[in-house]
Ligand binder design. Structure first.
Ligand code: HEM
Length: 416
């Protein structure tokens, strides 16, 4: 039995006590995931009173399994499920979540995803390369001569939010406000959030939705060449998106569209620097760059854990699950499964062992993966190229925001 202060594993009963808000865990979760994978990759999580799955094949299979969904209220009522009624103090947040891709299952999910998907396919997204490069270069111009920077606030937070906002059709000046709304909004996904977090998330959802409503009204009258106008004016089998669907979709794209990418830029730079790897080798070609980006995503996924409802009683890895059970899939742990990846805790960009699960799999596979990958493949080499001799100026700390995994700040130095 493993017994660390934040982790107790009993492989016989498959019961695990894991405090994800313990700094020892979230500062460096990979050793704990490795211990879980070695002793009991499927376990009952005492704090959440739910089953958790970490094995690569199991997680990959569950993400694609139609017996599990991100939603269950389309086939059962709260009463039948014994689910608490939504709280009045989170009603704006709940309304914003109601029609997101992440809250829907087929057939609604298919309809919405079809309408949004075209904008996110690789060949469309790749056209944004010059714009991403211009923005990234302009930001670096702003600090290159200083020899030091806090990278998250001056760079990593700005690139993804600006690009997704432009795609949707929201002016660049809204960037700082969007970041604030988004930070407050995603506070709702944190483990052990408090009432103040919930109220902040609700307020952000209300303000965010009001703002999106005004932009929708403008685009209805005067369509532009942007995603919002496209979503408003495109039909699928004779149907248009409703106002509520448009608002939910826009909010989820803005939030999902940058939070994870910001974290991933920060942790990737940190991983490369801490592993003492030569950027000239890592970014020698498009192929080595892609492999480096994927290895960073594998070793340090920006979003660790996702849930599914059991929509049909079944057994998974010897665990009997009943209709309505909530299960947890730890993508960040699945990426470290030694059955899939040799020597999994080591940074080895040359590995060629198949896809990591950081963008999920199945019908909810990240719609923004081509955009996120493009941004990472462009900005990581650029940073190392433009800031010679880049190194850490201070040891970075991971934010206490599990299930996200990102840094509080990233202080860097180089020869200016
Ligand atoms: C490194 C960056 C990113 C990572 C690691 C990431 C990860 C993920 C994962 C794991 C899922 C699946 C969730 C599940 O199965 O329950 C997902 C879904 C999603 N992501 Fe991302 N994401 C990233 C960037 C983006 C960007 C840039 C956008 C938008 C432009 C985006 C928009 C979405 C949306 C809308 C969904 C829901 C798709 C659906 O349910 O059909 N993400 N993302």
């Amino acid at each position: 039995m493993t017994d660390l202060s934040f982790l107790r594993i009993d492989p016989i009963s498959r019961h695990v006590s894991l405090d994800v808000r313990s700094p020892e865990f979230y500062q460096n979760p990979n050793p704990a995931y490795a211990a879980l994978l070695a002793q009991t990759p499927s376990f009952y999580w005492e704090q959440q009173e739910q089953w958790v799955f970490c094995g690569y094949d199991t997680v990959n299979g569950l993400l694609r399994d139609k017996r599990f969904g991100r939603q269950i209220l389309h086939i059962a009522s709260r009463e039948e499920l014994g689910m608490a009624e939504p709280s009045p103090h989170t009603r704006h947040f709940d309304a914003a979540e109601r029609y997101t891709l992440l809250s829907l299952e087929p057939p609604e999910h298919t309809r919405l995803r079809t309408l949004v998907n075209r904008a996110f396919v690789s060949r469309h997204v790749e056209k944004m390369t010059p714009e991403i490069m211009a923005l990234a270069n302009r930001l670096i111009d702003g600090f290159a001569a200083d020899g030091a920077v806090e990278l998250l606030s001056r760079f990593a937070e700005i690139v993804p939010v600006t690009m997704i906002a432009r795609m949707i059709g929201i002016p660049d000046e809204m960037g700082p406000q969007l970041l604030q709304w988004s930070h407050d909004y995603v506070g709702m996904y944190m483990y052990k959030r408090n009432r103040a977090d919930e109220e902040a998330a609700d307020r952000a959802a209300r303000e965010f939705a009001d703002y999106v409503r005004t932009i929708i009204a403008e685009r209805r009258i005067a369509p532009q060449d942007d995603l919002l106008s496209h979503m408003i004016h495109t039909e699928h089998k004779g149907q248009f998106l409703t106002e509520d669907e448009l608002i939910s979709t826009t909010i989820v794209l803005l939030n999902a569209g940058h939070e994870a990418t910001v974290h991933q830029i920060g942790t990737s730079v940190r991983l490369i620097l801490e592993n003492g790897l030569d950027p000239l080798v890592l970014f020698a070609s498009e192929e080595t760059t892609e492999r480096t980006v994927e290895e960073c995503l594998r070793l340090s996924a920006p979003v660790h854990i996702f849930q599914r409802y059991c929509l049909e009683a079944c057994e998974v890895d010897g665990v009997a699950l009943k209709f309505g059970d909530t299960i947890n899939l730890v993508l960040a742990a699945a990426n470290l499964d030694p059955a899939k990846f040799q020597d999994p805790l080591r940074f080895k960009p040359e590995r060629n062992e198949g896809a990591n699960l950081s963008f999920g799999a199945g019908i909810h596979f990240c719609i923004g993966a081509p955009l996120a990958r493009l941004e990472l493949n462009l900005v990581l080499p650029l940073l190392f190229q433009r800031l010679p001799g880049l190194k850490l100026a201070a040891s970075p700390k991971v934010k206490d925001i599990y299930h996200f995994h990102g840094l509080e700040r990233l202080d860097l130095q180089w020869q200016a």
